[in-house]
Ligand binder design. Sequence first.
Ligand SMILES: NC(=O)c1ccc[n+]([C@@H]2O[C@H](COP(=O)([O-])OP(=O)(O)OC[C@H]3O[C@@H](n4cnc5c(N)ncnc54)[C@H](OP(=O)(O)O)[C@@H]3O)[C@@H](O)[C@H]2O)c1
Length: 312
Amino acid sequence: MKAIQYSQYGTPDVLEVVTLDDPVAGPNEVRVRLRAAGVSPIDAKLRSGALQAHFSLTFPKIPGRDGVGVIDQIGEGVAGFSSGDEVCVAADPMRSGTYAEAIVCAPSRVVKKPSNLSTSQAAALLQPGISAWISMCRTARLSKGMSVLIHGGAGAVGSQMIQLARHRGLNVTTTCRAANIDYVLGLGAHRAVAYDRDDFSVLRHFDVVFDLIGGETHARSYQVLKAGGQLVYLTATPFENQAGQYGVTVTRAMIPDDSEALHAVAQLATEGALTPSVMTTLPLADAADAHRQFEAGQITRGRIVLNIEDGS
Ligand SMILES: NC(=O)c1ccc[n+]([C@@H]2O[C@H](COP(=O)([O-])OP(=O)(O)OC[C@H]3O[C@@H](n4cnc5c(N)ncnc54)[C@H](OP(=O)(O)O)[C@@H]3O)[C@@H](O)[C@H]2O)c1
């Protein structure tokens, strides 16, 4: 099979196109013949070595958290899936990823592909979807009618958070660049603040802030919460915890790949409540370019998706 892999941490130049033997499904594993892979921030952060303190990789490493394809081999002991099933994959970051023509993984890491999604959309569903779902349905204590501020609403996670928040009956404000205001309003946000033009920190009385940005954005988010409010963050950047000063709680959303989250996200997509955003598609061989675009801050309005099945 064709795949992208790297044998050392470094710039996107370490990503190489290689030809490997097809992996074989062992007991309690399925093999998925992949059609497309989503390019997530964690793929680039793992490749650069920025997450070495959290994940110790075995080289060579095939990157890729998100993928979509068709099951073509079922290992002994697997129930609930058949050869020919179209599935979305959430790959283990420590093992071989989805930038390849095939992947072998545990059945708990696959869910049936929502039939209403295109191949590219399905490749962009799970990693941002479970991040949004776990943050909003497990970490934050939300109830209908609450007012939430979602930073980074034009990103892959933020766009799914906006849709999920509307689905849960919340009042949604989001931040994005000025050029994306109409886009995030179209996703369902009630109000959008342009981070490159206006100051969100003059707003007040939010029940919950979801921070996907960190840094200055995090520091200025305490004052917009009401007393007793919640700041939920998904970033790894260090920050000064001002919770005591403002009488709020600060909680990191921990995002495990559990089967309940994968199924909840796939179900919401099937119902039409969640539609993942795709910025553009590239051939698998252009994975290094995709990572360069991410690192240059050019990713907006969803994921880059790598096309695998066209043989490029
Ligand atoms: N396990 C975890 O903890 C976990 C899970 C998922 C995500 N994350 C993290 O969450 C972050 C977002 O992930 P993602 O996949 O959604 O990334 P993404 O698709 O690359 O989106 C990033 C978005 O950030 C927005 N942005 C940049 N600067 C901003 C600012 N000052 N204010 C508001 N928005 C700003 C950009 O908006 P514009 O396009 O409008 O400029 C861009 O769309 C990443 O840092 C990721 O690593 C962590």
